[in-house]
Structure formats: C-alpha cells, structure tokens
Design a protein around this ligand. Structure first.
Ligand code: AMP
Ligand code: GLY
Length: 427
C-alpha cells in the first residue's frame, strides 16, 4: 500500500525510516516532511493543518494508510475528516484526542475511572483568582499546567510560592499561551522515575512498544527549562516486566475501556507519560500520538512489520498482531538543539558533519528542525534540530550511549547545544 506521513519533525523522520522497511509499503510520502524524510520518502508540500489538501492528495495517490505525527491536526479532527471520506488513517478522532488536548478533561477522566494520577484542582477562567489562593495552600513543589496544547511548554514545576504565582500569571497571559492557559490545572508533585509507554491500539486491544525515557529539561542533570525533549533512550530498565504489567492492567486497559464507554473510542498511539512513584506507576500525562523524541528510539526496536501494526490498529484487528518480545537491543537519541532552546533561537546556521555521523555503524541521524538551501547546504530551522540516534543489537547500554555521542562529535553548527547525560539513568 501507499503510505502518507503527516508532520515534519524527528518523530516523522523516524516513522518514515521505519515504514520504509515494511515490505507492505510501496510508495511513501511525507507532508511536508524535512530534508531527512526526503531520503526515505517523497516530500509533499502540504501543511498538517490542510485537511482538504491532504484528503485530496490521499485520494489522488491511492494512499492506503495515513499516519498523523503531531497532536494539533488530531485535536482539529483530521481523523474524523479522513474517515468520513472512507480513507484509512492512524490516530484518534477529535473527541478521543481530548485526552491530550485538555488536561482538565484527562484529569477528570482519570478520576472517573480510578486511574492513578497526581491529586489536582482545575481552575476555569471564572475561577482564575482562586488558583492563586489554592496554590498558596499546596505543598511545595507544586505543579502548574495549562489545560490546552502548549507544545510541551505549558508545565511549570514550582519549588516556591512565588514561582507558582509567576506560572499562573504567565499561563493567563494570552500573548504567551493563547487560549491554552485560560483554564489552569494545579497538581501535586510526584516523585520518582519518569517513563513513557506507547500502546498502539484499535481501541480495545493494544500492543505496547519498548518503554522509553525522555529527558525533558534543557540542561544536564535535569536542570533548566522544560522542553519538548532533549533526548531519549529505550528500553528503560526502570520499567521492568512487572511494572509494565501493572501499567497495562491499572492504566492502559482502564483508559481504553473508559474512553470506549464514554463514546470516545481511542484508536492510534496512546502515549502514557508515567511517574514510577513509591506507591506505583501514576499518569503524569496522556498524549494521543507518538512521542518526540521517544519515537526515534522506540520504533527502531520494534522487531515486526510496523506498517502492518498500524494498519491493524486502524482496522480493529490488533488482536491479529503478535506481540513481539523485546530483544537485547537498545537505542539512544541525543537531540542537538539551537542556541537558547526552548526559547526562540537564531536559525539558518549551516550544519556540518551529517554524512560523517550517519556513516558510523548503527547510527541514524533523524532530522527535526532542518532546511535544505538552494545550494544543497542543510541549515538549522527550528529549536530541536537533529536527533542523533544509535541502535545496537546487543551489548551494554553504555556502548549505545557511547556510539550516539561519537556521532554527535561529528556534527556542528553555530550555537549547537545538547545534553551530555542522555541515557545515564539506564546505567
Ligand atoms: P507534561 O507535559 O504534563 O508531561 O509535563 C511535563 C513534565 O513536567 C513532565 O514530564 C514531568 O517531568 C513534569 N511534571 C508534570 N507533572 C508533574 C507532577 N505532577 N509531578 C512531577 N513532575 C511533573
Ligand atoms: N517527548 C514528549 C512528547 O512527545 O510529548
């Protein structure tokens, strides 16, 4: 079948790279893609928000499977629109995507279905003033979140009351957060290891992929601001088989049955962001799509036909897919970011060493924010620029980490910044 991937980041490059390896995939397209996806797919100049354009393209090119990368088109109902046209598409409907699109919805949903998560309170615009008083009564640190989509930047872990007040003020400032911060969620701080588990699901059955750990903070040692993710590794040893079993039983199953029972059947990739607390795994957040950069390390470790897996999810036939046991392989992805990321970064910087890095054994350099100039030079075009990924079939994690950093050494651009401790927690 012909496959269309929608999006332009490192996640979409990783999805394209993996889908290219599926025997069932004929033509592969990426809309709009990036200079990295160009190597494995045909880039199509259509924006993820252009529903009509994408539908017309899918019809014309006889696309048998469309895979949506980012959350915004899902929240905007792209799956509903494709399905109305009888086109096969991987991802949740608009109503199911609310699990990510509204943290207030997600928190109340978890309360309704007794899914373990942090204690919380919700402050809609009419109760904005109460948020200040409430935050003053919470134990520290306290976590302040935007209800709506904020590209991973709407969460503030506040060690002091002053910072909590600043976070509330920032979220209420529409010039910074638009409507996303109109409603605020204030929640209890959870302590423990963080991990991400992806369940590819048809709404009922599901297949979990290798558990991963993201590195959300900008600087080494988990210091600095929250970002979209500075690196990842998989499989995360903190998610032991017993913990994964608990996550499946106490979180994934009740989430899927709960969504179905509320008329919001969830099909696609359910991303469960977890905190492994002393009293068991708790949900930090749900996402309704593959994570970025986790996909760059999770997807290479899937030892089956990835296109067949996604297709089965769309068709309600996930029970026909055999769960593929994890092998001894591991993957590490180091994100190379622009100067100042997650704040606005200077762009258009020439990137060197890409070919040298990619030539190293087991290394794939996934493009995220890059652009190809007329003369062929690749330049920076976003905060997260590249995901330098090493995949090893066996051997210790330290070797995979070493391989990733060896590849990082090859690459350079002005202002390049990255964390030096990706994967250390696996050791
Ligand atoms: P989110 O976008 O909700 O995943 O939050 C971004 C990051 O903030 C998470 O990955 C955690 O590192 C941190 N975080 C969010 N909520 C909590 C919480 N309740 N307790 C501790 N850390 C949290
Ligand atoms: N890596 C976090 C996310 O994809 O939301």
């Amino acid at each position: 079948m012909n496959v269309l991937i929608v999006g332009s980041g490192g996640r979409e490059h990783a999805l394209a790279w993996k889908l290219r390896q599926s025997a069932s995939v004929e033509k592969l397209y990426c809309a709009p893609g990036n200079p990295g996806t160009e190597a494995v797919a045909t880039n199509v100049a259509l924006r993820p928000g252009d529903k009509a354009g994408l539908i017309a393209f899918a019809r014309k090119e006889k696309i048998g499977l469309t895979v949506i990368g980012p959350e915004q088109p899902l929240a905007d109902g792209i799956v509903d629109a494709f399905e109305r046209e009888g086109l096969r598409i991987f991802g949740p409907t608009r109503r199911a995507a609310e699990l990510e699109g509204s943290k207030a919805f997600a928190k109340d949903f978890m309360r309704r279905h007794r899914i373990p998560t942090a204690a919380y309170a919700i402050f809609p615009p009419a109760r904005a003033a109460d948020a200040v008083a409430y935050s003053a009564s919470c134990a520290l640190p306290v976590v302040v979140k935007a209800d709506g989509l904020a590209a991973g930047k709407g969460v503030f872990v506040c060690p002091t009351r002053e910072e909590a007040l600043l976070a509330i003020a920032a979220l209420n400032d529409t010039s910074q957060f638009g409507d996303a911060g109109k409603t605020i969620v204030i929640e209890e701080f959870l302590e423990g290891e963080e991990a991400s588990v992806f369940a590819v699901t048809d709404g009922e059955g599901f297949v979990t992929l290798a558990p991963a750990q993201d590195h959300k903070r900008a600087l080494d040692g988990d210091a600095g601001k929250n970002t979209g993710g500075m690196g990842a590794y998989a499989p995360a040893p903190c998610v032991t088989p017993a913990v994964l079993q608990q996550v499946r039983k106490e979180i994934i199953v009740p989430t899927l049955t709960g969504m179905a029972s509320e008329g919001r059947l969830f099909r696609g990739c359910l991303y469960v962001g977890l905190m492994l607390t002393p009293s068991g795994p708790k949900v930090v957040e749900y996402n309704c799509r593959f994570g970025d950069p986790e996909t760059q390390v999770v997807v290479p470790l899937y030892d089956g036909d990835f296109a067949a897996l996604l297709r089965a999810a769309c068709e309600g036939k996930i029970d026909e897919v055999k769960e593929v046991p994890l092998t001894r392989s591991s993957a590490v992805c180091v994100v190379l970011a622009s100067e100042g990321y997650p704040d606005a970064s200077p762009l258009g910087k020439t990137i060197s060493g890409l070919d040298r890095a990619a030539a190293l054994p087991g290394v794939v350099v996934f493009h995220a924010g890059t652009r190809r100039e007329e003369n062929g030079t690749i330049v920076t075009a976003g905060g997260r620029v590249l995901g330098v990924t090493a995949v090893k079939d066996d051997g210790p994690f330290s070797g995979t980490i070493h391989a990733a950093y060896e590849a990082v050494e090859c690459i350079g651009f002005e202002g390049m910044h990255f964390r030096h401790d990706i994967g250390k927690r696996a050791l």
